[in-house]
Each structure stands twice: as structure tokens, then as C-alpha cells.
Design a protein around this ligand. Structure first.
Ligand code: TGC
Ligand code: FAD
Length: 405
């Protein structure tokens, strides 16, 4: 299907998404009017632009590239980045709510925005030179540029410190060699923030632009997950990178790991969005579907599932709200972020699996969002630090013993 076919699909299915979020503990009372306004505007965009087309896009394994500009227009690229560089200048709860709404639509859409905001704009705004900030941030904020973040390598995923991608000083420029794998947005990216070791073995960040000789971004095919998000490799074959493209403000692995704090925080909110979508679909289905002469929602076993889903969503909402307050105050620790990412993604995946059962056979079809969310969440539980790695981060925090190595 081409863009015109998708536009027709959008028109045919306009108004069909009637999502309203569950708020069992009246958590909305903890939000400001601005928070609710931001959430409402992102939700309206998702209903209009994503819900009508997303099942088809996933079936087609198509990244709807045209949403990049739109995400910029609605302020979803770097809402937490200072406004002077084109970011939204908003707080972390606003950022979280935006990620929740995007992932309610699809984890792949949230991925596009998290990578752009937290993994490309954030390192440039925090570690970049004034020239780099002015050159890249406004274009990334508006969606004129799409960015990607290259940390993972074929042989170094959970252990990025072992990376072998390297650059050397060649006088008036650097020469970069190596490869990154599993990189969201890569096949469409205009710029890549790439983490590589210098001649002393110190991890540094480089801004690599599409069109630099020796730089290619082959797409990764045959994914069963995040099918509407483009994933690829970054291949560097003697790429000449101008010296002014080195991020001057950070040295060492703490550079990329600091960016991950912001992205993992966003995921902890995003996962709630996916869980809410599965839960509300299950509540509706349980009311409509009749077996043995009654709605299936009248059976205790189905009520148990729905009650536990709402309980887990409510606990996750409280966890992320409090974490958002700590983020705003600059007091959130990496281990607290790990706890929220780990808990909420697992919570969402469990809810997707239970909701799939409530939908019976219909649950495996694209008539309902369940299976798509479930498959997406299988990536979300692995990227930005696997479920096990976050457990080990927490274990280290509790015991003071490093169980990674
Ligand atoms: P370790 O020796 O513990 O730490 C190295 C240096 O980094 C500092 N640090 C952090 N700084 C800020 N925030 C954090 N969360 C930090 N964690 C560690 C640390 O203090 C130290 O600093 P210094 O000054 O002493 O040098 O490092 P390690 O090699 O033992 O590894 C630790 C470990 C395993 C926790 C870490 O490497 C890790 O988190 N691994 C998981 C890798 C990962 O999350 N990759 C994500 C790739 S990006 C991605 O998946 C994007 S998906 C996007 C999407 O589509 O949404
Ligand atoms: P491995 O590190 O090989 O882990 C395999 C298993 O071993 C896991 O279960 C893990 O928990 C376990 N394990 C590893 N170490 C230990 C240990 N010390 N103790 C106990 N168990 C351990 N990366 C980027 O840089 N940028 C991106 O934009 C990006 N986007 C992605 C998009 C998708 C769709 C996917 C799937 C991945 C993406 N990633 C990206 C990569 C992602 O961050 C890695 O897949 C992840 O960090 C895990 O690395 P790995 O796949 O190499 O698994």
C-alpha cells in the first residue's frame, strides 16, 4: 500500500477509536491542566492518524514515515528539551504522558519519538557544543531531520562497554570504523548519534550524517515485533567524520547510559499506554461477547483477569507519577528508573497475554490491538536494557554486589 492508500484507510476508519483511559485511583487529580491538555492533544492525534492505519502498517511491515513531521508538529520530539533549542521546555510528567499516549497507539510510534527526543536530541542538548545544538536540535524538534542512536553492536548488547567500533584522529578529521546493530529509525535517519571508542579506548559520541562516504544503514527485515518501526544497522567503513561532530561534553560509558535514563523513563509510561489499550479492549469484549447465555464478563474467571489488570495498571500509574515528580526535581536514580521500566513492561506484557485470552480466537486477529501490542512488547522488554539487566541493576543497588560479571 502506498501513502494514498493509507490516507483512504484513515478516512474510512475515522472516528472508530473511542479510547478513554482508566483512572481508578483518580490520578488525574495529581496532574495539572497543562498535563491533561498535552495528553489530550497527543491522544487526539493518535486516534486520528495512528489507530486507523496501524494494523495495516504492521501487517505490511511499513514505517509510516509521514508521521515524522506530524510528531514534530504536535511537540512529541523532545518535549523535555529546553525550548530555546526547539524542544518543548516541558516537565517530565508531560513527557511521560505523551509517551503513554503514543504507545497506546503503537510501541513503534513511541519508539520513533523516544529515540528522537531522549537518545538523539538529549545527548546533543546535554553534551553538544553550541554550534551542534543550533545546527541539529531545531531540525530534529520539527521532524525535518530524523535521528537514531547507535550503541548496540552485533557482539555487544547488554555489555556496551565491550564495543569495538572505533575512530582515529586523521589530522583535520576522524576516521570511523565498525558496525551497530538493532538501531531504531536507522534506515530513514538523517543523523546518527554514534558511540565509539577513541585511540585510548574511551567511549565518545559522534554525530554522523547520512551521505558521509562509507556510511550505510541496511534495514533489518523479518521482524515479528515493532513491524511499523524501521530497524537497521549502521555500518562505518572508513567514514570521515568532521572534528566538529564530536560531542565535547562527555567521556566514557556514562554518556550513552545517561541518555538511556531518559528513554527508559519514557518507556515506563509508554508501557502503561499499551496495557490500557489491551485492558479497555478486554472490558468491552467481555461485555459484548456472550457464551452460555451470558456475557463472558459475568463469569468469575474473566472478572479475576479484569480486576487484576486494573490493579496492575493503577500500581504502575502511581509508580510512574511519583518517578516523574522525582525526575522533575532531579532526584530520580538510575535504579529507580530501572524498577519502573522493568515492572511496567512486564505488567503490560502480562496484561496483553491475559487480554488475548479474554478475546478468545478473535484475540489473534488484527480486528483487535492485542496481539500487535503483545508482539511489540517482546521488543520493549529487551531494548533499553533487558528485563534481566534491570533486575541486576536493582540487585546491585540493594546488595552493593555487582552480579553482571
Ligand atoms: P558500569 O561500570 O556500571 O558504568 C560505566 C559508567 O557509567 C555510569 N553509569 C551510569 N551513568 C548514568 N546513568 C546510568 N544509568 C548509568 N549506569 C552506569 C557508571 O557510574 C560509570 O561511570 P564512571 O564515571 O565510573 O565511568 O558499566 P558496565 O560496563 O558494568 O555496564 C553496566 C550496565 C550493564 C548496567 C549497562 O551497561 C547497561 O545498562 N546495559 C544495558 C544496555 C542497554 O540498555 N542498551 C540499550 C541500547 S539503546 C536501545 O535499546 C534503544 S531502543 C529505543 C527504542 O526504540 O525505543
Ligand atoms: P544479549 O546482551 O546478548 O542478551 C541475551 C540474554 O542474556 C538476555 O536475556 C540478557 O538479559 C541475558 N544477559 C546478558 N548479560 C547477562 C548477565 N550479565 N547476567 C545475566 N543475564 C545476562 N540498540 C541501540 O543502540 N539503539 C537502538 O535504537 C536500538 N533499538 C532496538 C530496537 C529493537 C526492535 C530491538 C530488538 C533492539 C534494539 N536495540 C537498540 C538493541 C537493544 O538495546 C539490545 O537488543 C539489548 O540491549 C540486548 O542486547 P542483545 O540483544 O545483544 O542481547
Amino acid at each position: 500500500m502506498n501513502e494514498t492508500d493509507y490516507a483512504k484507510l484513515k478516512a474510512d476508519r475515522a472516528g472508530m477509536d473511542r479510547f478513554e483511559h482508566p483512572d481508578f485511583y483518580l490520578i488525574d487529580e495529581l496532574l495539572t491542566e497543562e498535563h491533561k491538555m498535552i495528553r489530550g492533544s497527543v491522544r487526539d492525534w493518535v486516534k486520528r492518524e495512528i489507530s486507523p492505519i496501524i494494523e495495516q502498517a504492521c501487517q505490511d511491515a511499513k514505517f509510516p514515515y509521514w508521521i515524522v513531521r506530524q510528531l514534530g508538529e504536535i511537540g512529541c520530539f523532545g518535549p523535555q528539551i529546553p525550548a530555546e533549542y526547539g524542544g518543548g521546555g516541558l516537565d517530565y510528567i508531560s513527557y511521560g504522558l505523551a509517551m503513554q499516549e503514543l504507545e497506546r497507539g503503537d510501541s513503534g510510534v513511541r519508539s520513533t519519538a523516544s529515540v528522537q527526543g531522549s537518545l538523539v536530541m538529549y545527548p546533543i542538548s546535554k553534551f553538544g557544543s553550541e554550534e551542534q545544538k543550533h545546527k541539529y536540535l531545531p531540525k530534529l524538534a520539527s521532524g525535518e531531520y530524523l535521528g537514531c542512536f547507535g550503541l548496540t553492536e552485533p557482539d555487544h548488547g547488554s555489555d556496551p562497554g565491550g564495543m569495538i567500533t572505533r575512530f582515529r584522529d586523521a589530522g583535520d578529521h576522524y576516521v570511523l570504523n565498525g558496525a551497530k546493530m538493532w538501531i531504531s529509525n536507522a534506515p530513514f535517519a538523517d543523523v546518527a548519534v554514534v558511540w565509539a571508542k577513541d585511540e585510548e579506548g574511551v567511549v565518545r559520541g559522534l554525530i554522523v550524517e547520512r551521505g558521509m562516504e562509507g556510511f550505510s544503514t541496511p534495514e533489518t527485515h523479518n521482524k515479528w515485533s515493532l513491524r511499523a518501526s524501521a530497524t537497521g544497522e549502521l555500518v562505518f567503513d572508513n567514514v570521515k567524520v568532521p572534528k566538529e561532530n564530536l560531542l565535547p561534553g562527555v567521556k566514557g560509558l556514562k554518556g550513552p547510559l545517561t541518555c538511556l535514563n531518559s528513554a527508559r523513563y519514557g518507556i515506563s509510561w509508554g508501557a502503561i499506554g499499551a496495557a490500557m489499550d489491551c485492558y479497555t479492549s478486554a472490558v468491552r469484549y467481555a461485555a459484548q461477547r456472550k457464551q452460555f447465555g451470558k456475557p463472558i464478563g459475568a463469569f468469575q474467571l474473566q472478572q479475576k483477569k479484569l480486576s487484576e489488570m486494573l490493579t496492575e495498571i493503577t500500581k504502575a500509574q502511581l509508580l510512574t507519577w511519583r518517578l516523574g515528580v522525582l525526575m522533575n526535581e532531579g532526584r530520580a536514580t538510575p535504579a529507580q528508573i530501572s524498577m519502573a521500566k522493568r515492572n511496567n513492561v512486564e505488567m503490560a506484557l502480562n496484561i496483553a497475554r491475559e487480554a488475548r485470552q479474554i478475546h478468545g480466537g478473535m484475540g489473534i486477529t488484527g480486528e483487535y490491538p492485542i496481539m500487535r501490542h503483545m508482539m511489540n512488547l517482546e521488543s520493549v522488554i529487551t531494548y533499553e536494557g533487558t528485563h534481566d539487566i534491570h533486575l541486576l541493576i536493582l540487585g546491585y543497588e540493594i546488595t552493593g554486589e555487582n552480579a553482571f560479571v
